[in-house]
Design a protein. Sequence first.
Length: 245
Amino acid sequence: MSMPGLVLVHGGGFSADCWDPTIDAIRQAAPELGVLAVNLPGRAGRPAPPPGSVIDGWVDAVCIDIDTAGLDRVVVVGHSMAGLTVPRVVSRLGGSRVPETILAGAFVPPAGCTLADTLTGPFRFIARRYARTGRSRDVPVALARFGFTNGMTAAQRSFTLERMCTEPPSVLIEKAVNPGAPDGTISTWILTRRDRALSVRAQQRGIAALGGVDAVIPIDTGHMLMISAPDRLAQILLDSCRRYT
């Protein structure tokens, strides 16, 4: 049996191209592995879902892209705000198609709560202001540098900031649904220990909101690990896929 495909779901404020450094590392190590980096609606020419149904639209888009790519079995990886999306994607696909789901530095509010409830510090203030005004705005550059680029090289920092995009503010106040992993699916959490956007304590609350996970892999990096530590992340993801060969 061949390896399952690898599906990468980006977080808020970014597009599929944020995964490029990690995808490059994967292709060097395992060119035979099928990799799908999804562009969520609202970027890359895909229309944004209407307010109040953004998360539903994102879930639909990921499932459609997986089926369109012809991927029968997949390891699904979600970063940051994909914590709102990936658990629902995996629940819809089922354990027979998804042997493992991996969340990395993810925002997972308790069921019935919102992303704005999960955020802390200056990110919480900005999120609540954007949600209140209902206007899409870029994350201020100074805040993005602080929250997303610590520990990066100058080139990595430029790569990150150049790829940021806006999000519909309504997603900040949509209530989370956490269905839990289906039977047959292993849940893994990559704990970003130097994360300024989502602290270790906040990530632990996200793990609790999921009802626990099967494995936690600590990694000594900031929030955008696919850019700051692509080789390490690529190895983690490859090890996961190879387990199901």
